[in-house]
Design a protein around this ligand. Structure first.
Ligand code: PEP
Ligand code: MN
Length: 347
């Protein structure tokens, strides 16, 4: 897939307010970002998808004029969210440099199809970043990307913005890092950036989340920044001032994404390969014993699932795992998989 220069800079830093609110707010924020940070693309929402009616829904088309001004006066490419074909038609007219698709839209196949066709027809070379859908459904995320590709959109990337979770969580949207990592495994050439603002939902979580994303090899960040965050009309708790964002960036450790084949790594990998082979052999032996137990239970009319025994096994494995430095959650995940497979084997 050919990539536009806008998608190939590393780290790809996109910053700007959640919403474009006024010409002054847009220009002041952009000027400070340009002066103080390595921002590559300026972001601002022009049409805001709100969960409930009655909130601030964005300034609409007049705000595209302010974005144009940012591009012209600061030579800074600009990006905004599009959700329906009418938005694409307007952004194409104002020559917006980059588009993103929000988490509510990428979750809706009908909306995605119409949007993909509009982008493919009106601006197939404009880079488009697809946010993960609100629910942690990787196939839905991939489906949204495929619809764009099939409609002829040539420069596609992804934004990891976390997933809605029920109940209380420190995160506004839980990161579930395994989902974007699996996306990377399946599409190694797709640029994936992280949105710590919408994951964290609060200013103090931006720096640790951004560092984690860099450690995991994400290609960049999209971070909400506002000259006066406390006055923001949307997402005020998570927006940083450009100064604070510059400070966050100055403390981040960036890693290169080059494939590492150096001698020490190769030695460690050989060890891992050997240990994995041993793990698999042990699992196979465990399953064989489990099948023997299954046979005995069948012959003696004993039910396959013995809840109390499973409870005991789990508690003792969690305790042993803890002594060996492994978390309860990890041991629970491993042993519930093993137990499920054992039951299948015994049925
Ligand atoms: C946004 O980027 O301001 C936005 C609305 O994000 P999301 O679609 O991730 O909620
Ligand atoms: Mn926002």
């Amino acid at each position: 897939m050919p990539y536009s220069p806008l998608l190939s800079s590393r780290p790809l830093i996109i910053a700007g307010p959640c919403s474009a609110e006024s010409e002054r707010q847009v220009l002041e924020t952009a000027e400070l970002l340009k002066r103080m940070t390595p921002v590559r693309v300026f972001r601002a929402g022009v049409w805001k998808p709100r969960t409930k009616p009655g909130g601030f829904e964005g300034m609409g088309e007049p705000a595209l004029v302010w974005l144009q001004k940012v591009r012209e006066t600061l030579s800074l490419p600009v990006a905004t969210e599009v959700a329906v074909p009418r938005h694409v038609e307007a952004t194409a007219r104002y020559k917006i440099d980059m588009l993103w698709i929000g988490a509510r839209t990428s979750a809706d196949p009908f909306a995605m199809q119409e949007l993909a066709e509009a982008i493919g027809e009106l601006c197939p070379d404009t880079p488009v970043l697809v946010k993960n859908p609100v629910v942690a459904d990787l196939e839905l995320w991939i489906g949204a990307i495929q619809r764009l590709r099939d409609a002829g959109v040539r420069n596609i990337g992804a934004i990891h913005r976390g997933f809605r979770s029920l109940g209380h969580d420190v995160y506004r949207n839980h990161p579930r890092w395994s989902v974007p990592l699996e996306l990377r495994r399946r599409f190694p050439d797709l640029p994936i950036i992280n949105d710590p603002s919408h994951i964290g939902g609060s200013r103090q979580l931006i720096a640790p989340l951004a560092q984690k994303a860099m450690d995991m090899g994400f290609d960049g960040l999209i971070v909400e920044t506002h000259v006066r965050p406390d006055e923001a009309l949307s997402d005020k708790d998570q927006q940083l001032t450009p100064e604070d964002f510059a400070d966050v960036l100055s403390h981040l450790h960036f890693r290169s994404r080059k494939v590492c084949n150096s001698e020490p790594i190769e030695q460690y990998r050989l060890q891992i390969d050997q240990l994995d082979t041993e793990l698999l052999e042990i699992l196979a032996r465990r399953m064989a014993v489990s099948r023997e137990i299954g046979k005995y239970k069948r012959e003696h009319g004993i039910p396959v699932v013995q809840t109390e025994r499973y409870e005991d096994v789990l508690l003792s494995r969690i305790a042993s795992g803890k002594n060996l430095g492994m978390s309860k959650e990890f041991i629970e995940r491993i042993f519930s998989s093993i137990h499920e497979e054992s039951i299948q084997n015994q049925l």
